[in-house]
Design a protein around this ligand. Sequence first.
Ligand code: ZN
Length: 140
Amino acid sequence: MKLLQHFLPDSQKLRLEHWHFKDSEPHLWAVFTSTQTRAECPACRQSSQRVHSRYQRTLEDLSMAQCRLTLQVKVRKFFCLNPTCLRRIFTERLPAVAAPWARKTLRLVLQLQQFGLALGGAAGSTLVKQLGYVVSGSSL
Ligand SMILES: [Zn+2]
């Protein structure tokens, strides 16, 4: 389990809780928790420690040794403590891991972009399917 911690996109802000492996695909699911104790409101930049709720993000990550890797990251929503801010609740950001609302990690997106730029949409899509990713030509 310690080995998997070294492959995290951001080992400073994520802690591995557990993982499970599906032999039939093969597919590794790794569950992480954010270790941030506070987060900055994206609208007013004020820091907050007051937690509103928690939820789980599912992010597709780079494959490891021809095994799909999915990160399930437990993140929190915080109350914005600035009374003049229009944003009452916000989700903590993990800028080294994934963009807000993204379903793929930044490093996977970067790799897919490189395939798309080198090969174009249709050829790039064919190659990444062979590598185990599902991306349309128009997305690339
Ligand atoms: Zn705010």
